[in-house]
Structures are given as C-alpha cells and as structure tokens.
Design a protein around this ligand. Structure first.
Ligand code: HEM
Length: 405
C-alpha cells in the first residue's frame, strides 16, 4: 500500500474499501450496495481510502450526489485519461471514448451517439426480445431451475453485442467463453482472451473494408473523425469498449433485479400481475442496485466541498452510494418499485454519461418482462446461496432460481 499523501487530513481517512471490506468480497446472500452506502454515508461527504482501487492505490471517495455531479461534469479538472484495459495486455492506449478527455471526447461522442440513440434502440428491440425469449425458452425446456448468471444474464448481454456487430449466433458460446475469461479469470487467461477478442475485431474490420454492409463496423470504417478516417488502432479501442461496456454491467443489473424479486415475493407477484410497472421498477432497481464507480484523476489542485485535492490524486464516485444519498432521494433505503422522479446516477453524469444507457434499459426491461412472463413464480433454490460482491463493477456470482414448487 502507498503512503498517505501529506495533504490528506487524518480525520478524513476511512478504512472502508469498495474492493476489500466485508460485503465487498464475495458474501453469501449479501447486499453490497446497502453495505457500501451504510459505511460511507455515515461519515463526512468526502473521505480518503488508501485501498480505493483494484490495484490498491489510494483515492478520494465522493459520497454525496451533488459533489459527484460536480466532479463528473468537469472533465477538464477531473480527467478520465487512463489505459486500464490496454495495460492489462502490456500495451498503452485509452479506450475510446471512456478514457479520452475534452476537447477530443466530444468529437467521439458526436460520432457515436447516433449508433445507440433511442431511435436506434427501438429498431434493435425486436432482436433483443427474440434473444431473451430464445434463452428463457431454452432454460424452461431444461427443467425447473437455472443459474441466472450463466444461463441467462451473461449470454443475453454477449448476444446483444453480437447482434449489434452482425455476427451469427452460432459463435455465441465462443464469445461467452472469451468474455468470461477476459473479465473473470486469472491474469494470464484475461490477457489471452483479450488478444482473441481484439484479433477477432481486427479481422472483422479487415473483412468490412473489403466487403462493406450496413452494420456497425462498416459505419465505423466509413466515419470521419477530426476530418479523417479512423486508424485501425482507434477502431479496436472503440469496438472493444462497446463489447466490455455492455457485458458485466447489464448482466449484473439483471442478476441483482432477479435476486431482489426472489427475496421479495410480493414485489415479484406485483410485477407479474402488472407488467406495465416493470418500466418504472427497472429505474428503481438501477438506483438501488447501481454497480459502477467512475474514477477520475485530478489535473490541477482544486477544492471540493472544503477538501483540497492535489494534481494527480485519484477520485472515485461510487454510484451506488450517491443513489442512497438522503439529500437526493426521500427514504433512500426503501426500494419502492414505483418511485417517481428517480434521478439516479447508475449511468453517471456529464460528458461520459453511459453511451449505451438506452440499450441497457431496453435489455433490462425486456429481460425482466420475458423472464416473468415465461418462468413461473421463483425463489432462491433451497440449499443454494447466492454470492454477491463489490469492486469496480458490483455483481452477483451465482443465483440459482427454482420454480419446482
Ligand atoms: C446496466 C448497464 C450499464 C451500466 C450500469 C453502465 C454504466 C456506465 C457508467 C457509470 C459509465 C460512465 C463511466 C465513467 O464516467 O467513468 C458508462 C460509460 C459507458 N458505457 Fe455504460 N453502462 C451500462 C451498459 C452499457 C451498454 C449496454 C453499453 C454499450 C452497448 C455501454 C457502453 C458505454 C460506453 C461506450 C461508455 C463510455 C462513454 C463515454 O466515455 O463517453 N454501457 N456506463
């Protein structure tokens, strides 16, 4: 662990870590969002933890929604420039647009926004629903139980990306394997899988250069950025982000939602009887079970809510904590599936606000609609214990549901 920087007052140091505290490591029947909010909202608005990131580097933790908004909206003082993904494979380039700062970032967003606009998502909905139905009917045909994460949530998220790229379904399991290795495996397996996916994307780009169609990759290759075409390197830095950005995030959201509905049967039967309520319920799930903690690096000394941050400091904005800030949400601990005016921060704020949020919402709503319409009343399979965890993306490790009764 690094030494505490001199400008960090001792009274702001917390021992809580989103990575290693109890309930953040895999925990039976845990509730990591509630645990993180409880630990961090009890203290000062801004604290410093020596164990704030996966690699054990210290960071400021911004716990209140108002301060998070200020930081996430200011991409000049709080930089997103990093190379987390490429460093893991021994290279050094930023993911596009996640790790790009202003002013270039806005050029990338203008280019990419139409690809995942609400209108585009409406056009994709038929395919999203068909994938959900196919996976759920497969589960039903196999019996009266399933592991939500491996049988539904994760393959569903991977499948949508393949649809998006126009890749045939018969490669689904191969991609699921790569995605799993890339996100949930040993460092060696992660690196090998990342190379396979990047190699696949490079080959697809080569193919589309020779044989253009009307798919995502052809759009990217045709597009102009800064008055020129994209370099092959930029094409992969962007395509790989669209792949990983929508995997664990969507899978975790579906996992936490079904975990909630298995634990609270009254909510489950309410949504079964009134599927029109799912749209609003999905927003409350996104608030209460938010999963991501955006990280920024301070580019110039700055004061936030009375705390001095120095150039080079890391700042983290856990969305699941801001989403339970009582200044922002009345009765934040109550999970009220029909909560109105739900200005949650699950997709962050400001210039880097999730590019895939419209698609993610559709995937979650359609996934829940089809699951509840096709699978009878379910519970956590007796004798099994779901494990939940914290980290950069909070998640559910296993969730075995049973509807044999
Ligand atoms: C429930 C699901 C999802 C959640 C909770 C989520 C959350 C987020 C958050 C919090 C950010 C901001 C990160 C930061 O500022 O450092 C982000 C950015 C991003 N997300 Fe999502 N995401 C989800 C699904 C998706 C999907 C399905 C896609 C792609 C199809 C996607 C693509 C992206 C991209 C490309 C960015 C970078 C945007 C930028 O830097 O301008 N996300 N997401």
């Amino acid at each position: 662990m690094e030494r505490l920087p001199e400008h960090v007052p001792q009274e702001l140091v917390t021992g809580f870590s989103l990575y290693s505290s109890p309930e953040m490591v895999p925990t039976p029947m845990g509730d990591p969002q509630a645990a993180a909010a409880k630990a961090l909202l009890a203290g000062p608005p801004i604290v410093y933890t020596p164990l704030a990131t996966r690699d054990g580097v210290g960071a400021w933790v911004i716990t209140r929604a108002e301060d998070q908004r200020r930081i996430l909206q200011d991409g000049v003082t709080f930089s997103s420039f990093r190379n987390t993904f490429s460093a893991a494979i021994g290279e050094s380039w930023p993911l596009i647009p996640l790790e790009i700062d202003p002013p270039d970032h806005s050029a990338w967003r203008s280019l990419l926004n139409p690809l995942l606009s609400p209108r585009r998502v409406v056009a994709l909905e038929g395919q999203v629903r068909a994938r959900a139905v196919e996976l759920i009917e497969g589960i039903k045909a196999r019996g009266t139980e399933c592991d939500v994460m491996t049988d539904f949530a994760f393959p569903f998220a991977v499948n949508i990306f393949l649809q998006f790229l126009g890749i045939p379904d018969d490669r689904l399991m191969e991609f699921v394997g790569w995605a799993n290795d890339m996100l949930h495996s040993t460092p060696e397996a992660r690196t090998a899988a990342a190379h396979k996916v990047l190699g696949f994307l490079d080959d697809l780009a080569d193919l589309r250069r020779r044989e253009p169609t009307d798919d995502f990759m052809t759009f990217v290759l045709d597009a102009d950025i800064f008055g020129r075409k994209m370099t092959p390197h930029e094409v992969r830095a962007m395509s790989i982000l669209l792949f990983i950005g929508g995997l664990d995030t969507v899978a975790a959201a579906i996992g936490f939602d079904l975990y909630h509905l298995a634990r609270f049967p009254a909510d489950q039967s309410d949504l079964r009887r009134n599927p029109e309520k799912i749209l609003l319920a999905a927003e409350e799930f996104l608030r209460a079970y938010a999963t991501i903690t955006p990280l920024r690096t301070v580019t110039a000394d700055v004061e936030v809510n009375g705390v001095l941050m120095k150039k080079g400091d890391i700042v983290s904005c856990p969305s699941m904590v801001a989403n339970r800030d009582p200044m922002e949400f009345p009765n934040p601990e109550k999970i009220d599936l029909q909560r109105e005016d739900n200005r949650h921060t699950a997709f962050a704020y400001g210039p880097h606000r999730c590019l895939g949020s419209h698609l993610a919402r559709r995937e979650i709503v359609v996934g829940l609609e089809e699951f509840l319409a096709r699978i009878p009343a379910f519970r956590i399979k007796p004798g099994t214990t779901p494990m939940t965890f914290g980290g950069y993306v909070f998640g559910v490790e296993n969730l075995i549901l049973d509807w044999s009764a």
